[in-house]
Design a protein around this ligand. Sequence first.
Ligand SMILES: [Zn+2]
Ligand SMILES: [Zn+2]
Length: 256
Amino acid sequence: MALLAYCFVLYCLGGLSASVMYHRILTHRVASLQPLFKKVLLVLALPSGTPVQWVGTHRQHHRFADKPGDPHSPVLDGFRYAHCGWYIPSKNALICLAYALAGVFRMYFDGYWRPRTNQQYNDNAMDIQQDPFCCWLSRKFVYQGIMWLYATVLLVFAYACFGTSGIVATWLTFVVIYNLGDSINSIGHLSGKPGALFHRARNNRFLAYITFGEGWHAHHHDRADRANLGNTYLQIDAGYQIMQFFAHLGLLKFRK
Ligand SMILES: [Zn+2]
Ligand SMILES: [Zn+2]
């Protein structure tokens, strides 16, 4: 039971940091955060990539969605490449599968790799480059050091508390976290209902419920400046609800 609770906390922190911090607040600037709280969420979000690289790449995706220039389009480059191959970069099935199943061990590879690759869109994130803390976190050796420490602390903690099953559970939880995040770039542009505007992004209810609302991806491509990714009460967006909770606590302020 304790092990399941630990995995659930990791899953929530992964969703919260990637969807709320990196995606909605840092990239699309839908809200501002209390400065110390922002630093905490930024550090939690690091397994998703460096702040500068993540924001630059994602803004590039919105600008050229499924057109030449999109860094990860399943329509143009196929499922595997859009899902996770573009990080490496590779379209090789075995390499993509190994990367997708690396789980928590992906942090050791990404710690070295992420700040050194996919930097060609950093100009889209000039505002992030002017933030001293984001800039510091995005530096090669800082990012590498934190990522290696991150993975090691998680694995040592899991082993100390739960033994070998703790290691397996941590690995599996990160396999789930990474693949849910990556599925927005792949499945989110292939399967589901279209949005109001003409683009290939799709609203996928099942995906939305397990990705803190990110599965309402067609709505998001319709209006990237909205904090709430769902359009109706039934289109539950857990990420937005968490943001509202933070706003009640005085930690977050919506831009509009
Ligand atoms: Zn998209
Ligand atoms: Zn976006």
